[in-house]
Design a protein around this ligand. Structure first.
Ligand SMILES: Nc1ncnc2c1ncn2[C@@H]1O[C@H](COP(=O)(O)OP(=O)(O)OP(=O)(O)O)[C@@H](O)[C@H]1O
Ligand SMILES: [Mg+2]
Length: 346
């Protein structure tokens, strides 16, 4: 794997992240005998922020994002470098001292990862010093995007610089077990947008409230899912003013701070049954939203572009489909305003 850090300039985009080569192994015949088994093994460029840089670069080819990160001088590094040819790669450090980050993921069909091994030593090269060296670019960015794979001290440098220059910051939580990382820094309101899935939101809300929530409602029914997602998001709202909760096949819940009551909207997606892919879907949602936001579109159209971008990933065997382009109609999705408290009936 390698680390990518990118940011978007006022006239361009800038993004920051860790980039990784992912090896997906889908075993055909899993049993307990520990034998070598036949399966489908795929090598793919990955890393949440790399995925977002890749998708934004394709959606907005006239205004490519600027990516900051590190890759090793090896074949995995070459693969990652080539995967970002539509992105500004000036901020990528090429090193002989570390190998490119790599992640081996075992998957079962389309159910997501069951087991993963991360080899990401190179992330230590993404230092606060590297961030400060990019202060000039960061200060001219309109939005800076980062994921949870970069070191904590580096996150701190990013957030402090962005607060100093009043830059919009988008945090993509990456995985439920690292979602709380930037919140341990106690830099309230340093993050402007967060795009968790339900599980990441739940974990973050528990961390911020110090509470332990009861059973997980994810697969019970839509109303309970929405009630819980709304309640968890309201606990996160004092820390992040814009929460874009991705709810898989159901759609997106948007919770925004307002001068009076928070705005809570559910945007329903059209479920796609012929799923080809489970990786990068949330990253595509965030990318579409960010590009639409950069184009000055209202929230419901940002959600629409985000959901359409995600849909392209759901039906494509590629994590970030090569066919992505900004041709999406910004027709508003089906919207439901949710009550602040109490039961939800759609
Ligand atoms: N089966 C589906 N049919 C239609 N839309 C889908 C489907 N699955 C996902 N989506 C869209 O993609 C968005 C992101 O999906 P999801 O909530 O699964 O992200 P995620 O858990 O972050 O995924 P990942 O981290 O693997 O990329 C959803 O909000 C929804 O708009
Ligand atoms: Mg995700």
């Amino acid at each position: 794997m390698f680390i990518l850090l990118s940011c978007s300039l006022r006239s361009e985009h800038l993004i920051m992240t860790l980039a990784v080569i992912a090896v997906y192994a889908n075993c055909y015949d899993v049993d307990d005998s520990n034998k070598i088994t036949a399966g489908n093994v795929v090598l793919s460029p990955g890393g949440v922020a790399r995925n977002i840089a890749d998708a934004i670069g394709r959606l907005q080819s006239n205004n490519p994002p600027y990516f900051i990160g590190a890759i090793g001088n090896d074949s995995a590094g070459t693969l990652l470098w080539n995967s970002l040819e539509h992105v500004n790669r000036d901020g990528i450090l090429l090193t002989k001292n570390c190998k490119t980050a790599c992640c081996a993921i075992e998957i079962e069909g389309l159910h997501g990862p069951t087991f993963a091994v991360n080899d990401m030593d190179i992330h230590k090269l993404i230092t606060p010093k590297m961030i400060y060296e990019h202060e000039g670019i960061i200060s001219k960015s309109s939005v800076l995007i980062f994921d949870a794979n970069i070191p904590l001290e580096t996150m701190k440098a990013i957030l402090v610089l962005c607060m100093k220059h009043e830059i919009t910051v988008w945090f993509e939580p990456t995985d439920w077990n690292i979602v709380t990382k930037p919140f341990t820094l106690n830099l309230k309101n340093a993050i402007t947008y967060i795009s968790p899935n339900f599980k990441e939101l739940r974990l973050l809300s528990q961390y911020l409230t110090g509470k332990t929530y009861e059973s997980d409602s994810l697969y019970r029914n839509l109303n309970t899912l929405l009630e819980n997602a709304r309640d968890y998001a309201l606990q996160v709202l004092p820390f992040v003013p814009n929460i874009v909760v991705t709810l898989g096949k159901y759609g997106v819940l948007m919770v925004k701070k307002n001068s009076n009551n928070p705005e809570i909207m559910f945007y329903e997606s059209t479920e796609q049954h012929n799923k080809e892919n489970v990786f990068g879907v949330g990253d595509c949602m965030a990318s579409g939203y960010i590009v639409a936001m950069q184009n000055g579109l209202p929230v419901e159209q940002c959600i629409s572009v985000g959901m359409n971008t995600a849909l392209q990933s759901v039906i494509s065997p590629q994590t970030i489909p090569e066919t992505l382009s900004y041709g999406f109609l910004t027709k508003s999705p089906q919207m439901f305003e949710l009550p602040l408290t109490g039961r939800i009936y759609l």
